[in-house]
Structure formats: C-alpha cells, structure tokens
Design a protein. Structure first.
Length: 43
C-alpha cells in the first residue's frame, strides 16, 4: 500500500512499481470519522 498519493504523476509511478492499493489527497483530504463513513458509504 502506498500512502501520500497527491497527484496523477505519483499515482502513475506507484502503479509502475506494482502497487495496487493507495491513499492520499488525490482522492480525499483527511476526514473526521463521521464524514469518512458517509464518504465511504457513497462509494
């Protein structure tokens, strides 16, 4: 798992390295637990 993916270039590099799981501001800023739950349920 890769952490800190903040832009498309970083995502592409992580994929090139064979990583298929990641998190970072590219998808969402850090959220309080209740907001995260709502965000996750909407996906």
């Amino acid at each position: 798992m890769a952490e800190g993916i903040e832009d498309q270039a970083t995502l592409e590099r992580v994929i090139e390295l064979g990583c298929d799981l990641g998190q970072g501001f590219l998808w969402s800023k850090a959220l309080p637990p209740a907001e995260f739950e709502a965000y996750a349920k909407g996906r």
